[in-house]
Design a protein around this ligand. Sequence first.
Ligand SMILES: *Cc1c(COP(=O)(O)O)cnc(C)c1O
Length: 376
Amino acid sequence: MNPKVANFLASNDLETPYLVIDLNVIEHNFRQFRKLLPQAALYYAVKANPAPEILKILNAAGAGFDAASLPELESCLAAGASPEQILYSNTIKKQADIARAYEHGVRLFAFDCEEELRKLAEAAPGCQVFCRLAVESSGALWPLDGKFGCPAPMARDLLLAAPDMGLDPHGISFHVGSQQCSLTPWDRAIGRAAEIFRDLSANGVDLKLLNLGGGFPVAYRSQVPLLEDISTSIDASLVRHFGNSIPDIAIEPGRAIVAAAGLIRTEVILVSRRDVNVPERWVYLDIGRYGGLDETSGETIQYKLRPRVNGAECGPVVIAGPTCDSVDIMYQNAEYQLPMSLRAGDHIDILAAGAYTTTTASVGFNGFSPFQQYYI
Ligand SMILES: *Cc1c(COP(=O)(O)O)cnc(C)c1O
């Protein structure tokens, strides 16, 4: 924990649960991407955390934005972004929302099927379109391939058809899956995209943009590949597959920009031994699956927990939330251990919790309001 956050926690006696986001860390993460992937234009995936404070700081630093809905897009504009800096990169959009985005001046839109292309032709005539390619996402803890993207032959045919529909075929995008811990899917996807670029070029259509999406991983409980190594590998893939004609490159990181900047302070409501014959204790926190920790479903994202108690001796625990729903268990199989001295009223800090938490809390299931947020 850095001194700024430590000082904030120590000098404020706030009601838990709450999230503290250190905006300097977000700016630092953005600059790291700039430094390590200088050839890529960065569009922050707003859904990871759409707080105006974050959008403003990223806009001031020179980032673009990947908006997935009209409200996200409008919050980028409200934060000072110009429409040219915004990609409307959800492949599933209401036609009325496309029209509204177009009125706002947005010109870059994603699609992955013919009907979406027709909606774009109607509501955003002449706009630049990029096709989302379905790619393999094994190695990702949070895959995104089941719902989006089309196979390469279909991407090719749709991009070839775009000019006749009055649209500008601009490029290809993919997403290798969120929290992607393997480098292979990026290489395969870049190779697949390069084939489409070549094929279209031979047919008189020169695509300009390759959008590598998000997926850059964050160190939670386990180590992950370093951004340095991912960027070296991506560079090598681009050269291997595109040779001397590398297109404009875009990336859309969400998690890797905001996760590490956030800490959620929670309070232990109860430590219970539900069966005296079992060593495991149940630790119930004042935040759970409904309180913003949606990514713990399937014990997928395993946050690093820091108990604020003395006592080195630890023992096995199940960690659950406060609601009256038995789905509201966060970790039962992930072999978490917490101090034996842990009691009701103690604090536990959840680290690297800045991504995909603030907007996924329920509005008040069981009467629990979404947690407070502090941007410092
Ligand atoms: C969610 C999403 C992202 C961000 O993914 P991360 O894994 O958080 O970096 C980027 N692009 C698209 C299209 C997305 O849906």
